[in-house]
Structure formats: C-alpha cells, structure tokens
Design a binder for this molecule. Structure first.
Ligand code: FEO
Ligand code: CA
Ligand code: CA
Ligand code: CA
Length: 626
C-alpha cells in the first residue's frame, strides 16, 4: 500500500474527471432534451494554431517551432531508489523489474492533488525487441533470435513487458519521475492477475497451474488502453499469439480457436523455458491472454483483473466514457486485417467511488459494429443464445462467446474492417473516431463504403455519430472522415481537405487522443522514408467546419520508431507521447541490430542502444498546446 493515503475518488474527480464528466453531463442533458450532439457542442471547437512541422525522416525527434520535447522516461531508467546507472550488457531480470520497461505504447495521466503539478503516469510496455536490447546476439532472423536467447535473457524480456505506474511531478515547467514514490509499480509478464467476469472459471481457461481458471501469470503485448473516470487503467492485450510455440496435440478442441487467433507463428522463445508458452504442453494457456486488464494504480499491491466481459481478441485500446444514463461505455478495436470494431456497455451505472466501481466491468453487453452502405450502422450484441451464438455453433455459454469473440462477431455479421486500432469518443461533440490503420489484403471485390479502398496501404479514419447522441443506442451514423495517404498521388485516393499541406498528410493512423478543447490528434505507425517519405509522428486533424479533414504535422519520431501514447494533461499544457522501437531499419522486413541501429536516440552514446521513451512536449514559455 502507498505510504501516503491514496486519494479518494473525490480527489480524483476534483482533478481531471469531474471537469470532463460535467461536460459529458451537460452534453447528456442537452441530448436528453432532444437537442442532439450538435446542440450539445454549444461551444465551437477552436482550430489548430501552431506552425507546421516539416515532414521527413532522420535520427532525431522533431516538434513544431515554439514547442519543446523532453525525454521523461527511457527503457532501463530506474523507477526505484538505489539502482546503478543503466547498462544493457549487465541487465538482470531482477533489475529490469525495477526499471522502466521496453516499447512504451499507451500512456495515461491521472492527476494527484489539485495544483496540476503531480500525477500518475500509467504506461503499457507492449513488447520487446531482443535484437535491439542485447549486445552480441548474432542472430540474423527471428527464428535465430528465438533459438538463441538464454533463459536469463527471456526472463529480462518477460520483466520488460507489462506496464508501469510512475508518479511524476512538474517543477518550473519540467516533469520528472518521483523516485521513491509509494505508487511506483512495475507489472510484468509474471505479475499474478485475476480472471474475472463471465469467462472466469471456465474449463477452457483452466491449466495444470490454475485448475480453476481464475488466476494467470502476467499480461503480454499490452498495446493501447484507457483511463476510467474512477481512476483505474485499462490495458489491452494485443498480439498475444506471438508468444506461444509448439503445436496443439492432434485433433485438439482448441484448434479452430487457435487458428482464429493466428497461433502458430511464434516471435518469442519463451516456450523453450516455460511450459505455459508451449502449446503442446499447455493448450489452454492462450485463452488466458487477449483480454482487457483493469489495474488500480493507487494501490501497488492490488491484483490486476482480466475483464473477460470485454471480449478476447487482439485488443488495441480501451478508451471510454460515461453515457448519459450513467452506464460506462468502452470502444474497442481488434487490430488485425478484416477484424472488428466493438463496444462494451456496462450493466451497472458508474458509482461515486473506486470501490463502487470495482466490479463494474464484469457485467455488461459486448457488441460488434455493422456498417451499412447507406451510412447507418448497428451494434450487434454478442449474447449467448441469440443470433446463432448457441451450442449448434459451438458456443456452450456466454463464457465461450467471449473466449471466441472473433468467431461470434463474424457469425453475427460484424463488418470486417481494415485493422481497427485506437477508438476515442469526443465528449464535446458526442462523436467517436475510429483509426483504421491499413489492410493491403483487401481485394477490389471486398471494397465497400466503410472500407472503400482495395490494397489499403495508408488506412482511414471513420467518424461515428451515435443515434440521438446516446452512446448506448443500438444504432449510429458513420462517415469516412479521411482516407489517408498522399493526396498528390491520384491513385492513392486520399481525401484530406485541400487545405492540407504537403507536410500535413499522413498514412497509417494508429493511436489518437481528444484534447481538453475537443480536438483530435492522431499518432501513426508505419510511415517510412521509402513508404511515405516521412517518419511516424503526431498530426492534428480538424473535425469541424470548413477546415474539416485538414491535417497538420506537429511532431515526428526518430527513424525506425512508431508513435504511440498521445495523452494530454487536463490543462492541455503537456502532451505525453511514447516513442516505440526507435532504431529499427527504415524498411519493412529488415532485421534490426543492437550493434548497428538506425539511430541511437535519445542518448546518442556509442555504448548505448536506442531506447524506447516517453517524451513530454510543452509550449516554450508554457500554455495550451496547439
Ligand atoms: Fe500494438 Fe495495433 O498496435
Ligand atoms: Ca497501436
Ligand atoms: Ca487513445
Ligand atoms: Ca500499429
């Protein structure tokens, strides 16, 4: 437990959330009065106002003129007192458990106190890149890496996965971690977690280590996430299939499920040392991953909970908001080609305290989105016994519907999308933004209005408008806000507003965030020198008025990296971004090397590899960003 008393929910609410929830409340009131979301958005959203950054690719991180970027937390930085300087050549698993993990993705900020100068940063550590972490590996391909790593190195990898809770404080405009904070926590691929909700205790989750199917060691490949109004952190397990080696026993009942989740293409060698990551020995273990995990960052001793009610698939994010009637709504993307967009609506209403909401996400309705060609859409509930989700189709219970969410969603008629990544609802307008990153496998015969381009290399952004502005309504209207890519190349078919400059367009939208004024910021994954002539980064995208669809470049990452995180402080004075896998080669499929990275950002020290890092961006002299 923390040494200082954890803030009560009132404290938390008093800081970030009540302000936002009050706005939501105001919007909800307007909606209840039949005014619709347009009326609810009584104040017009201001346009972006910052000098545009030049697109490009080099070894450094760049931000728009008038702004500065401070590296706040790097892989290997000590989070606890008494640790020596970081030396990757001597990194032990025990040390890695006490240092910032690898490949930071989601970043959430939960304020502490009332002055805005303290908060908890919650960060996902999605995955590891052994070839950029360990010197002298020698392997030249993935198979080589899997076969080469020692059990000690695998243990370091497991300790570098998961997430971190880091208290940070701002002094003279600069943020720094509070080493020795009682809140500090590392969560890893070994942290004990509870499995909760409808699938908990199902025999298909049971293993020799956990015959009850209620406990699991760790979370893996946690990509994006969300922060709830009650101050917890939601973290989505994404590409969990990469961690399992070996083959299921012949004729095993999990074979169909394994195929749907893409098992059989291991990227990690953990199964050489841990039987639970070997399918031939522990065939049910994959069913224990691929969930949304809820973590209470105020109590480092709390047990993280895998919330099975939110479904099992390759979860990207888990951002949500409180609906007008008080139920909690989480929008969820399943990041794979031809997978789906989901929505979870809690059965209960958001209560006043963290304790009241302790089990809120264990009961509710998960639905899959169906996009109709006429611009309407429907949420199709994944409810056992309805719509063919029954024993006849191999679904014996709601638990099985959730364990095989993808198969259930397809059966119901959910629309197969172009890799749904982050989804964010805008509390100011009531509209919802879906990042669809790309899908080069879509054929011309598979073009349809919500995924309008075959061989979609650059992705698109869809805007949803819930019917009546109500996030628990069964229906919605939708529109493609922008088809991404270079508008100057006719064949690409990009649809940015003509006000967008040659620096302002982007490809491969991945993460997104809505700032305090209700404006949309997008982070990308997959731009490159050869592909789009630009590094990944942050673009600000206008959603309102005559500038709708106009994009402007704000920040770009060093070569090889993707851009994750984006997260604003409640005062919009700091934008936290996560720079993931800097130093990879600038071409698809090439193997990164510790000895010859494409950049040594952020340290540029000859003995140090590149380090994934969280960066704090502020305006020179202070003030709101953008
Ligand atoms: Fe981890 Fe879908 O990105
Ligand atoms: Ca992502
Ligand atoms: Ca987000
Ligand atoms: Ca991505």
């Amino acid at each position: 437990m923390p040494h200082e008393p954890a803030p009560t929910l009132d404290d938390v609410i008093a800081q970030r959330f009540s302000r936002r929830d009050l706005m939501r409340g105001a919007a909800a009131t307007a909606l209840a009065a039949g005014l619709g979301p347009e009326a609810a958005a009584s104040e017009a959203l201001p346009g972006f106002d910052f000098p545009e950054l030049a697109a490009g690719v080099d070894e450094h991180l760049h931000v728009a003129d008038g702004y500065e970027a401070q590296v706040l937390l790097r892989w290997g930085d000590p989070l606890f007192p008494g640790l020596p300087a970081f030396d990757p050549a001597r990194l032990t698993p025990e040390e890695q458990e006490r240092r910032f993990g690898y490949n930071n993705d989601f970043v959430g900020f939960i304020p502490l106190g009332s002055d805005g100068d303290r908060g908890l940063l919650v960060v996902n550590h999605e995955y590891t890149k052994a070839e950029l972490m360990f010197p002298g590996l020698g392997a030249t391909d993935r198979k080589g890496v899997i076969a080469t790593l020692s059990s000690e190195q695998v243990a370091v990898e497991m300790a570098a996965h998961g997430g971190a809770v880091v208290e940070i404080a701002r002094r003279d405009g600069r943020w720094a971690p509070v080493i020795g904070s009682a809140y500090t926590r590392r969560i890893t691929a070994r942290t004990p977690m509870a499995i909760t909700g409808p699938a908990a205790g199902h025999p298909r989750l049971a293993t020799a280590a956990d015959p009850e199917g209620r406990w699991v060691e760790g979370m893996i490949n946690n990509c994006s996430g969300g922060v709830t109004p009650w101050g917890t952190w939601l973290s989505g397990e994404e590409n969990v299939h990469y961690y399992f080696q070996g083959a299921l026993p012949a004729g095993h009942e999990e074979a169909r499920n394994a195929k749907t989740m893409g098992l059989g293409k291991p990227q990690y060698g953990w199964g050489r040392f841990h039987a639970r990551f070997d399918l031939s020995k522990t065939p049910n273990e994959p069913n224990r991953f691929g969930w949304v995990v809820e973590i209470d960052p105020f109590d480092p001793a709390s047990v993280p909970k895998k919330r099975t009610a939110l479904g099992r698939f390759k979860h990207e994010g888990a951002a949500g908001l409180t609906a007008g009637d008080g139920r909690y709504v989480v929008y969820l993307g399943d990041d794979e080609k031809f997978q789906h967009v989901y929505r979870f609506v809690s059965a209960g209403r958001v209560g006043a305290t963290r304790v009241d909401n302790a089990d809120l996400l264990d009961a509710g309705t998960l639905s899959v989105a169906r996009f109709e060609a006429d611009g309407s859409g429907r949420w199709l509930p994944l409810t056992h016994g309805a719509g063919g989700l029954d024993a006849g189709n191999g679904f014996g219970s709601q638990a099985e519907v959730l364990i095989e969410t993808r198969r259930a969603a397809r059966l119901l008629g959910g629309t197969p999308m172009d890799r749904p990544e982050d989804i964010e609802a805008n509390p100011k307008t009531g509209r919802v933004y879906v990042m669809l990153t790309n899908n080069t496998d879509r054929t011309p015969a598979q073009e349809e209005p919500s995924n309008p381009r075959a061989a979609n290399a650059y992705g698109h952004v869809i805007e949803l408008q819930p019917d009546g502005g109500d996030h628990v309504a069964d229906g919605f209207r939708w529109d493609v806000l922008v088809a991404c890519g270079d508008p100057a190349k006719k064949a690409v078919g990009a649809t940015f507003s003509t006000l967008t400059t040659a620096d302002g367009w982007f490809g491969m939208p991945d993460n997104c965030v809505i700032d305090g004024r209700g404006r949309l910021w997008i982070a990308t994954d997959g731009n490159s020198r050869r592909g789009t002539g630009r590094a990944d980064g942050i673009w600000a995208l206008e959603t309102e008025g005559p500038r709708r669809g106009t994009s402007r470049h704000f920040l770009r990452v060093p070569v090889g990296a993707e851009m994750c995180g984006p997260c604003f402080t409640p005062d919009d004075a700091t934008l936290f971004v996560a720079v993931q896998h800097p130093g990879e080669p600038d071409e698809e499929g090439a193997m990164a090397r510790y000895e010859t990275p494409s950049t040594r950002w952020p340290d540029f020290a000859p003995g140090l590899p590149p380090r994934p890092s969280v960066v704090a961006v502020t305006r020179k002299g202070g003030g709101r960003i953008g």
